[in-house]
Design a protein around this ligand. Sequence first.
Ligand code: NI
Length: 182
Amino acid sequence: MISTKKNFAVQAVLRTRTIATEDGVLTTTGTARTEGQEFIEASRVFLKDDFLPKLIYCLEHMSDEDIWWRPNEQSNSAGNLVLHLCGNMKQWIVESIGGVRFTRDRDAEFATRDPVPRIELVANIQSSVGEVDEILAALPEPALQAIYHVVEHFSYHLGQILYVYKLRTGADPAFYRHLSNR
Ligand code: NI
């Protein structure tokens, strides 16, 4: 859990973003000196402390059949979307910003039909987010556009995966229960 220490009053919206933890609010540290640094830190919080745990929750609460289920050939399975998120983060951040060579096979991310074991999917997304986080932690402030793309892209596909999770399990993970007064 990242604590809140507000040193100055900019970026209030990012700093007070709430996620669904039992005990409440997840924010940046408030120690960033520039808006660019605050943006980078907030992006790390989104990816590592907000999106990643939700994605792993879904994977751990679906069967392999659910993870690789697709409603039709035009729609991706949750498993394929996880492979796709890993490829996207490695290309845009790890290779483009971090300079670590990575040969992406984007088509294979969508084409894979042999179920990749859940444990491998989880390890893959964890290490991809971990590599991204390390690079962003050491980044002064360029490449905001790439970070913006990767964060919005992760959120977009996380929403699809959550939708599959609900369709297949009939369960509600209640990630946003803190926003409801019922
Ligand atoms: Ni995509």
